[in-house]
Design a protein around this ligand. Structure first.
Ligand SMILES: [Mn+2]
Length: 314
């Protein structure tokens, strides 16, 4: 039974009917290969979120007043395939209600399900994949739903753009599109990498953010840390530009692997997530916060293919 709201926000901002934003926790860790514990990620993220200031200095907003509904965690874990299917179905249900849908993992395989739903619901989807790892294996350890395969499907049917990559298997070079891949060792020497990424994004962008994209000096608590990653302010600078210039339709943050002796990673994850919400809604008026959003407003928020009010489905 759910007793808390996202970030401890007042109940009146946490009601599904009026919330513009939905957060879906997916505490899944079925296929991780090194450090286990990503299934504890959503709880650590939610706990850190409750201890975070909710006024964002940079955008001068309190984005939680747009309404944030904390969905029931997706608990399906009988197989990687059934988990992906459950994530796909739940994500699609909330997109069809014209919510701004976000997910918190869990390991990266959860994104296979959410990307599948967004690909189905939005035209010409770009998947902006921010990660240390290429995650382009077609299959790994007997399943295409392993975390090492997180964006293989996206590479086949969306405009996949990869940022921060610094670890991959030679077999993945045959799948990777180097024109749409930004390696960490190049980014560190290129003052224009952000512009170059934004140039090849389409209008509708889904962001899948693996926390191991960050340098381990700021996020050590992740399943497969890699040296040489992104730092805090360059990441925010980049994300803000993406949100300002493109229609970001949803996002996920994955691979927090909490360590009780190192809690700052939980706070980085919580703050990153809230920053992304703040950037998404920084241009939106809070005046209509308690009104049931009109269809017109919903379309402006998400531009999904669905424009009828489907509240009666629930
Ligand atoms: Mn990764």
């Amino acid at each position: 039974m759910k007793t808390k709201t996202y970030a401890g926000i007042p109940q009146k901002y946490a009601v599904l009917e009026t919330a513009k934003i939905v957060v879906i926790p997916v505490p899944y860790d079925g296929t991780s290969t090194w450090l286990k514990g990503a299934d504890k990620g959503p709880d650590a993220f939610l706990e850190a979120s409750e201890n975070m200031e909710l006024y964002d200095i940079e955008t001068q907003t309190e984005v939680y007043k747009q309404g944030v509904y904390l969905a029931e965690p997706i608990a399906e874990n009988s197989s990687p395939e059934s988990m992906v299917d459950a994530v796909y179905k739940t994500t699609k249900e909330y997109i069809k209600r014209n919510k701004f849908v976000t997910l918190f993992g869990g390991e990266h395989s959860i994104s296979i399900g959410s990307i599948r739903a967004f690909h189905e619901c939005f035209d010409n989807l770009t998947v902006l994949h921010i990660d240390a790892h290429a995650d382009l294996r077609k299959e790994y350890e007997g399943t295409p739903y392993n975390h090492a395969c997180a964006v293989y499907e996206a590479s086949q049917n969306t405009n996949l753009v990869q940022v921060g990559i610094r670890s991959m298997d030679i077999s993945e070079t045959t799948v990777m599109d180097e024109d749409k891949t930004f390696f960490a060792h190049d980014m560190v020497k290129d003052d224009y990498w952000m512009d170059k990424v934004i140039d090849i994004l389409g209008e509708n962008v889904y962001i899948t953010f693996d926390l191991d994209a960050f340098d381990p000096s700021i996020v050590p608590s992740t399943g497969t840390p890699e040296p040489g990653g992104l730092l805090w302010y360059e990441t925010l600078d980049f994300l803000r530009q993406v949100f300002e210039e493109k229609n970001v339709v949803g996002f996920d943050v994955v691979e927090l692997c909490p360590n009780e002796n190192e809690r700052s990673s939980d706070f980085v994850a919580a703050k990153l997530f809230y920053k992304m919400l703040s950037y998404k809604f920084m241009g939106e008026d809070e005046a209509d916060e308690f009104e049931s959003p009109t269809i017109e407003n919903k379309k402006k928020t998400t531009n999904s293919k669905f424009n009828i009010d489907q509240d009666d489905e629930f």
